[in-house]
Ligand binder design. Structure first.
Ligand SMILES: Cc1cc2nc3c(=O)[nH]c(=O)nc-3n(C[C@H](O)[C@H](O)[C@H](O)COP(=O)(O)O)c2cc1C
Length: 602
């Protein structure tokens, strides 16, 4: 299967150009689902216990995020992994302790085109802010925070997360202009995140019997008091300045400004992407550079905002980087422009960090500088480069594209294990002392700091890992038409879905599907959680779109009735189907009945 052979106009998809609405599961449903999965499959939201991270008692991976303690230096970058409550919980289980939450902006009824994520090789997307209404986003973050509070104290998990899961930080993200950010709606969102007492209290009654001991729990109510400003493309420098000052003055927040790779200038970016890294098909959008912040003005702005924050006893930081604007030459996603992430962005962001470190001597909060401008990072972080990126001194290294590859959230714990191993070989017992060792080694090798050492490595031998040649392999394909029942059971649809919209049921004897060759598992879609982003379609080795072909289940009668596409409602009084033939309905019924109770809990 190639992406060329797929379109977003499959029967079953919402019509082209119309956003499939997400209907988040309630806190009660999510907790029921946790209890049920744990009892029947020893998983939480489809994450097996082997992929839950337990901190190594001999190594402290903690750091301070804008002054707040954080027990591990990784987490999801603003994107599909930090929007719904179960996504944030999955990240936390994997070992994330810093969550850059999905960007909230005033335009909360945007029609995002589908498919909107393309991780076939490097990374492209066309989505750029929350798909929920602003108050719904607040509720999702409150639910996520309550779920983490519960799970960190839940006895059955103790053996898997260790005696102390350590502190975590929710970092808000907002965009994209001052008018929107100072609107009553976004202001109420920020205030709600700073004091979520009423939201938390309103949700207590949803806590089901299995977790009754937590109904009166002392839940976190200050969900967040830090914010990363997503400037995105075309946000004028003066606007960035005004927004940051507004956030500091009006909301007393510590603020990070997320910078764009365009700061490097068109010639440098095009030369890195096209010539140095060999992505000759990538057409960098030159027009976008003129609209974006220019390097010299960027330096001025960073200093000014650092001083402004400091004078008001606030902390300021920068984040490298958001995605790169390119022409949509692939035309798999339906927009003229798309946003590049992953391996090439890693080289761009590392190059930019080195350039900033030279232009801001002694001013960044990285080894060799020891200034007070904190640097956060998101650009092509993988298990292989995490340690090198962290050695530079970035706090934290956040991830998006890599988590959209097979394994999904299950890729986080191996990243932390590899990092732990690397640090322990040096004899260091914490992140800071390990960074000093790396800084001394960089200086001994003739570099000013690790940032400069790493940028020079990426210009030399290190370039190979980020070059087209290392990143052009397409996902595996098999010559088979995807059917509603039976498939190669690779599990990819489950793991590449950031929303955990897929789950599987074993093809046991009582399902009537046990005779299907090679189909050990049957896959089903939780329609309300599927926003048709296209990522499962990219990675499914068979020919077809799992989000459309596999049985689509609904738990919300209103949503079920509003859609005119095939599906099955799991209602209080049994199953109800639309557009499904009798034989298939019978199999779905038997599959669901083969599970102890409702497979979704409750
Ligand atoms: C599908 C997708 C959605 C994203 N949404 C946002 C967003 O809402 N706000 C934002 O600031 N960045 C967003 N980003 C950018 C990421 O936060 C991150 O900065 C970028 O993808 C680089 O990291 P990566 O190479 O690990 O993907 C998104 C990226 C992707 C791939």
């Amino acid at each position: 299967m190639t992406q060329d052979s797929l379109t977003s106009d499959h029967p079953g998809h919402t019509p082209h150009g119309v956003t499939a609405p997400l209907t988040p599961m309630s806190l009660g449903q999510l907790l029921d689902r946790i209890a049920h999965e744990w009892e029947t499959r020893n998983k939480i939201f489809d994450l097996p216990t082997a992929r839950i991270w337990a901190p190594d008692g001999e190594l402290d991976l903690g750091f301070e995020f804008l002054g707040r303690p954080c027990a591990s230096p990784i987490g999801p970058a603003a994107g599909p992994h930090s929007q719904l409550a179960q996504n944030i919980v999955l990240s936390w289980l994997g070992g994330s302790r810093l969550f850059e939450l999905k960007t909230v902006q005033i335009l909360d009824e945007l029609e995002i085109q589908r498919p909107c994520i393309d991780m076939q090789t490097i990374g492209y997307n066309i989505e750029w802010s929350q798909e929920l209404k602003i108050p719904e986003s607040l509720t999702e973050y409150v639910k996520a925070s309550m779920l983490i509070d519960i799970l960190r104290n839940w006895e059955p998990l103790r053996d898997h997360i260790g005696p102390d899961a350590g502190p975590h930080v929710f970092d808000m993200s907002v965009g994209y202009d001052l008018a929107g950010i100072s609107s009553p709606e976004v202001s109420a969102f920020i205030r709600g995140m700073k004091d979520a007492t009423s939201e938390v209290d309103a949700l207590r009654s949803e806590i089901p019997e299995a977790f009754a001991e937590f109904r009166d729990f002392d839940f976190t109510t200050v969900l967040s008091d830090t914010l990363t400003l997503s400037t995105f493309h075309g946000c004028p420098p003066d606007e960035i300045e005004l927004i940051t000052k507004h956030l500091i003055d009006e909301h007393q927040l510590d603020v990070i400004v997320k910078l764009n790779p365009t700061l490097l200038g068109y010639e440098t970016v095009a030369s890195i992407v096209n010539d140095q890294l060999g992505y000759t098909d990538v057409s960098v959008k030159e027009e976008a550079f003129a609209e974006d912040l220019q390097f010299d003005r960027g330096i001025e702005l960073i200093r000014e905002l650092r001083d402004y924050a400091h004078e008001r006893n606030r902390v300021f930081g920068i984040k490298l980087t958001n995605t790169l604007v390119v022409h949509n030459n692939k035309q798999w996603m339906p927009e003229d422009t798309m946003y590049l992430s992953g391996p090439p962005l890693h080289v761009l962001a590392s190059t930019l960090l080195d350039k900033l470190a030279v232009a801001l001597p002694g001013e960044l909060a990285i080894p060799g500088h020891d200034g007070n401008i904190m640097v956060s990072f998101s650009a092509g972080i993988t298990k292989e480069n995490l340690a090198d990126a962290l050695a530079i001194g970035v706090n934290p290294a956040t991830v998006c594209s890599d988590l959209l590859k097979p394994g999904g959230y299950g890729r986080l714990a191996p990243m932390l294990k590899a990092l732990t191993k690397e640090i322990k070989t040096t004899g260091a017992t914490d992140l800071a002392s390990w960074r000093s060792i790396r800084q001394d080694a960089a200086v001994a090798a003739g570099h000013a700091n690790v940032a400069s050492e790493y940028a020079s490595h990426l210009r030399g031998a290190g370039v190979a890992d980020y070059h087209l040649v290392a990143n052009e392999k397409l996902p595996r394909e098999v010559e088979n038409h995807l059917e509603m029942f039976g498939c190669v059971s690779c599990n990819f649809c489950i793991t590449v879905c950031p929303n955990d919209a897929f789950f599987s049921i074993p093809s046991l004897a009582d399902t009537g599907l046990d005779s299907m060759e090679n189909s050990r598992q049957q896959y089903l879609v939780l329609s309300e959680l599927c926003n048709e982003c296209g990522n499962c379609m990219t990675f499914c080795p068979e020919n077809g779109d799992p989000a459309v072909v596999k049985p689509r289940l609904y738990t919300d009668a209103e949503v079920f009735e509003a859609r005119d596409t095939p599906g099955v409602l799991i209602g209080a009084d049994g199953l109800r189907a639309t557009g499904i033939d009798d034989e298939s309905f019978d199999l779905i019924e038997r599959l669901l009945a083969s599970q102890k109770g409702n497979p979704l809990g409750g």
